[in-house]
Design a protein around this ligand. Structure first.
Ligand code: ARG
Length: 411
């Protein structure tokens, strides 16, 4: 009888290599691996594919997901200025639902009954994979080998691999757990687990050491159309190119590092270091353009929704109806977010130094204190009288009661 098939999200590392053989030997399954290219650093995708086949996978599909990632995921993340806990631009949280889409499609293609991932039982990524897979096909069964097997440490896995004839990837033991894609890099574990340890310089690969940043600042103008970057310094770019270019430009100036303690879904606080030069630069520029193009109340409301959007996506709800509805709201706000923003990057800092838009709501005549002033200052008196009337009525009544509510200074 033919064996059931399991589709596994494969990275080429020790964990997922052991997963392949474990699913075969312990679960009696045939394994199809999926390797996603999302703009991460890697040793070569063909090499990773060969490794999967060597370990015993019946097939290994390498999928270039970059364009879809940029166009379907990062444009939305940028429109939402998404920053979890005001700091983290959701690097890993964005790639998991995309990889899940591929896992599910490959599962359908192969008639697979199972889908598997190599996440531990302690992190956020397991939740994101499993929620996304369930949203896309509630019937598929999910296996999380790392969460159920007896092995606890890397050495346990090496031992198991040797005993099962699995050629262990020659990649050397990394002192950190790293996940990256074109939106940024997440670095955790190792010495970073002591909150007082300064992040060692060697954890960073996208951002210049602050001691070595250039003497001269970089000025760059980003043009947006309906909230999406379309040109950099006048040169047309796709979303993917915009992200890649800004990674380089902002990274060179040492901009985009984050060192934070974040609240994981499972209730654990964890120390996380990130670098996301392009993502942060694009979000800063995009926000600055929204400041001039969005009507005041829309802007205020949107800034609130942005927080919810980030929490939702962080929590693995990419395919949820709430996230979908929030996207619809955010997308209507973006129709006027068209124009140019000039930013200046220098010594790890970013400043917005200019913005212009045909949809700008900034009215020089209303804003100026010069002779060109068109603002009707006579209207201000009635405005204050009425907007302050409730407070004035309250204060009069308190005085009548003989109360001052502790507001006097007693000088
Ligand atoms: N804490 C971040 C998040 O939950 C990063 C996770 C990175 N994943 C990893 N396997 N190192 O989005």
């Amino acid at each position: 009888m033919a064996k059931d098939i399991c589709v596994l999200a494969y990275s080429g590392g020790l964990d997922t290599s052991v997963c392949v053989r474990w699913l075969m030997d312990e679960m009696g399954l045939d394994v199809v691996c999926v390797v996603g290219e999302v703009g991460q650093e890697h040793e070569g995708l063909e090499q990773i594919r060969q490794r999967a086949l060597e370990v015993g996978a019946m097939d290994c599909i390498v999928a270039d997901m970059r364009e879809t990632f940029a166009n379907e995921y990062l444009t939305r993340a940028l429109a939402a200025n998404s920053m979890f806990e005001n700091k983290y631009p959701l690097v890993s949280a964005l790639s998991r639902p995309l990889i899940s889409q591929y896992l599910v499609e490959v599962a359908h293609k192969y008639g697979a009954k199972y889908v598997a991932h190599g996440c531990t039982g302690k992190g956020n990524d397991q939740v994101r994979f499993e929620n996304s897979i369930r949203a896309l096909d509630p019937e598929l069964e999910i296996i999380a080998p790392v969460r159920v097997w007896e092995m606890r440490t890397r050495d346990d896995e090496m031992e198991w691999a040797a005993a099962h004839g699995v050629k262990v990837p020659t990649t050397k033991k990394r002192p950190y757990s790293i996940d990256d894609n074109m939106w940024g890099r997440a670095i955790e574990c190792g010495v970073l687990e002591d909150l007082m340890n300064r992040p060692p310089e060697d954890i960073y690969t996208m951002t210049t050491d602050p001691n070595k940043t250039p003497d001269e600042p970089t000025e760059v103008t980003i043009s947006f159309e309906a909230g999406v970057p379309v040109a950099i310094d006048g040169e047309k770019v796709t979303m993917q190119e915009a992200v890649e270019k800004m990674n380089k430009i902002a990274g060179e100036q040492g901009y985009g590092r984050i060192d934070m303690v974040e609240n994981r879904m499972v209730g654990v606080k964890s120390r996380e270091c990130y670098e996301a030069p392009g993502a942060l630069a694009l979000i800063e520029a995009h926000r600055a353009l929204e400041d001039v193009c969005l009507e005041r109340e829309v802007l205020r409301y949107k800034r609130h929704i942005e927080q919810d959007w980030a929490v939702n996506v962080y929590n693995g709800q990419w395919f949820s109806p709430l996230k979908h509805a929030m996207d619809a709201f955010i997308s209507t706000t973006q129709q006027c977010v068209t124009g140019d923003v000039r930013i200046r990057l220098w010594h790890c800092a970013l400043m917005v130094t200019g913005r212009q838009s045909e949809f700008s709501l900034y009215d020089y005549g209303l804003a100026t204190y010069d002779a060109a002033d068109t603002f009707d200052r006579d209207a201000a008196k009635g405005f204050i009288d009425l907007t302050g009337l409730s407070l004035r009525t309250w204060a009069s009544n308190r005085r009548k009661q003989g109360k001052t509510d502790g507001l006097e200074l007693n000088i």
